[in-house]
Write a protein that binds this ligand. Structure first.
Ligand code: AHR
Length: 607
């Protein structure tokens, strides 16, 4: 078959096509990317988080653990443990990985009514061997934080933290924390270095956070309020997670924004549009549990809360109290927030529309440069008969810059809907394909699903004038704690397994561009049309041009390329493997037949 490239026919496309979707699902945050090694450090677990959990879950002692809330460290963090003289130990997140020679920062708040109290802090291995220890001397008339550094003299993959009071005195302890000294970019209260690096290697152009369903939460009380997640850790407001566990909010908005900056990605916070997940709150406007939203009387305050985020991120600390909080947290310069997501798969009902409009109008009026991303409701694709979201969006072109579409479909769907965006209305809102994956027919990404995604991404690049952003979902899943399958990256405390889906996202991200160069196959029969793809993009900053060729056929494919000259020998990035291979990776190859593709492969050729 012949591919004709027309180097003189270029168009502008989005330079932010590939980003990431970060949701605290499957232990992506606490116990995952967030490097804290102590589970339930704040003694705030409850049965709302998970059936059977309570304030002492993950903690152990030889006697029942006494929990008090008489003299809280902070009203948002009411519970703490009372210990004397018993030893208390924490199991971590499926154990604590301790590495010989590494240092660990330990800290905790102590309240002992002014008495002196010493503790022995130990990291202990599975056989009871002491891996590291340090003395912590305290004297606190009221809550006060004390810290020490533990240096490991031996390793264990499943260690635990042990706190041994050295005197018989009754003390309160709270916010017991242990961080590896090595975090991503050395940030305090930082991220797990290896996992953050794997994400950074995707070179995502933006990061969407804190979710999906987690953003709008399970009912009104569980809506994610960004302002509950900033400030000193002990003052942040923990909450249950819609995915059936706990959110400490230690990984909060400051940390998300900092991570974006560290990896050169635009932040895309997504906040509730005044309605919780599927508008399911039970209140006056939602009797029967179907259509609830924040009561209209409370909406002005909620709108203000959203505007405060923009001030917090971009404002001047000299004149704005929210911006000052950002500066006090260590970031005096603005974060330069450009995008704001509102809503996630909400049912487009009157309750939603009223609240969404109210927020959009206020934000647009006060911050005309902020690009608002709305939602077109629950899963939206031609296979789902749901158009209300787009109807509403088109009726109100002034409200948003783009809208969030979600679809999880089969490989076959992606192969047969290659023209999905070709006839999209170019005058309507732009598209953020915020959650997508060729995933409905498999448990884990494999070469077939990855190639279906690669084919579709060549089509997305062709439509990069209407599609502004895309993000594969979900991104992270911790072994043994999965809420969803498939995912892009699987991890345990010690290992990270990227998938073929990751390889494809990385290749399209690293070898992306902001100009699309027209290319067209000729004489394709329908079998080929579904299973081969090509796209040429140029990065106007570097001047580099990339040709991507996809062969999802079980046989070798020879493509005759016209319109451009390829050198006799070229280096290419090649992804290939057996159709059900879940571990296939990309390799760099040198070939004098760059356009002869092996079965089931993607090739990226720098022109
Ligand atoms: O990605 C998992 C979930 O799928 C998201 O939370 C939600 O938006 C979608 O239904």
């Amino acid at each position: 078959t012949t591919l004709t490239v027309s180097p003189n026919q270029e168009k502008n496309i989005s330079d932010k096509l590939i980003g990431i979707f970060f949701e605290d699902i499957s232990y992506a945050a606490d116990g995952g990317l967030y490097a804290e090694l102590i589970q339930n450090r704040d003694f705030e677990y409850t049965s709302k988080d998970h059936r059977g959990w309570n304030a002492s879950t993950a903690w152990h002692s030889n006697k029942p653990i006494e929990i008090s809330s008489e003299h809280p460290l902070h009203p948002n963090n009411p519970h703490y443990a009372l210990i004397w003289p018993d030893t208390l130990w924490n199991e971590g997140w499926d154990g604590i990985v301790v590495e010989k020679g590494k240092k660990y920062n330990f800290s905790m708040f102590v309240f002992a009514g002014g008495q002196k109290q010493d503790f022995l802090i130990q990291l202990v291995g599975q056989k009871g061997q002491v891996l590291a220890q340090s003395k912590l001397k305290t004297r606190a008339s009221d809550w006060q934080q004390f810290s020490t550094v533990l240096k490991a003299k031996a390793s264990d993959e499943k260690g635990r933290l042990v706190i041994i009071p050295q005197k018989v005195a009754r003390v309160g302890i709270d916010m017991v924390s242990l961080f590896p000294q090595e975090t991503f970019m050395g940030r305090k209260n930082g991220l797990r270095k290896d996992l953050a690096q794997v994400i950074a290697d995707l070179h995502p152009k933006f990061v969407r956070f804190p979710g999906g369903c987690m953003s709008h939460g399970q009912g009104l009380e569980n809506i994610y309020h960004w302002n509950h997640t900033v400030g000193p850790l002990q003052s942040r407001k923990p909450d249950f997670n819609i995915w059936n566990y706990h959110q400490t909010r230690g990984l909060g908005f400051f940390e998300y924004f900092q991570f974006c900056e560290d990896i050169g990605a635009e932040p895309l916070p997504v906040l509730a549009a005044g309605v919780p997940c599927q508008n399911s709150a039970n209140n006056a406007e939602g009797i029967g549990g179907q259509q609830g939203g924040i009561p209209m009387a409370d909406m002005p305050a909620y709108v203000e809360e959203i505007c405060n985020l923009i001030e917090w991120a971009n404002g001047d600390p000299a004149t704005n109290e929210w911006a000052k909080m950002r500066a006090d947290a260590g970031h005096p310069k603005p974060f330069n927030l450009k995008y704001l997501g509102l809503g996630n798969e909400d049912i487009i009902s009157t309750v939603f529309e009223e609240r969404y409009e109210m927020i959009c109008k206020a934000v647009r009026e006060r911050y005309p440069d902020i690009k608002i991303c709305g939602t077109v409701g629950p899963f939206h694709s031609p296979s789902a008969d749901y158009t209300e979201g787009w109807d509403f969006t088109k009726k109100h072109p002034d409200l948003q810059y783009m809208v969030d579409e979600h679809y999880y479909e089969s490989t076959g769907w992606f192969m047969h809907n290659r023209d999905y965006y070709d006839s999209y209305d170019r005058t309507a809102a732009k598209v953020y394909l915020g959650e997508w994956a060729a995933s409905t027919n498999v448990k884990r990404p494999n070469v077939e699903t990855a190639l279906a995604e690669a084919l579709y991404l060549t089509d997305i690049e062709r439509n990069g004038d209407v599609v502004e952003m895309t993000s594969y979902a979900p991104m992270l899943s911790k072994d043994g704690h999965s809420n969803w399958n498939p995912d892009m990256i699987y991890f345990s405390n010690t290992h990270i397994r990227t998938t073929p889906a990751y390889e494809i996202q990385r290749l399209f991200s690293v070898y992306g561009g902001d100009r699309y160069i027209k290319s067209q196959f000729s004489n394709l029969d329908s079998q080929l049309a579904h299973r081969i793809g090509a796209s040429v993009v140029r990065d106007s900053k570097t001047g580099k041009r990339y040709l991507k060729l996809v062969n999802a056929l079980p046989s070798t494919l020879k493509i005759h390329v016209e319109g451009i000259n390829l050198p006799a020998t070229v280096k290419c990035q090649q992804f290939t493997g057996a159709i059900d291979d879940q571990k296939a990776k990309t390799t760099e190859i040198e070939t004098n037949e760059p356009t002869t593709l092996p079965p089931y492969s993607l090739r990226v050729i720098e022109l």
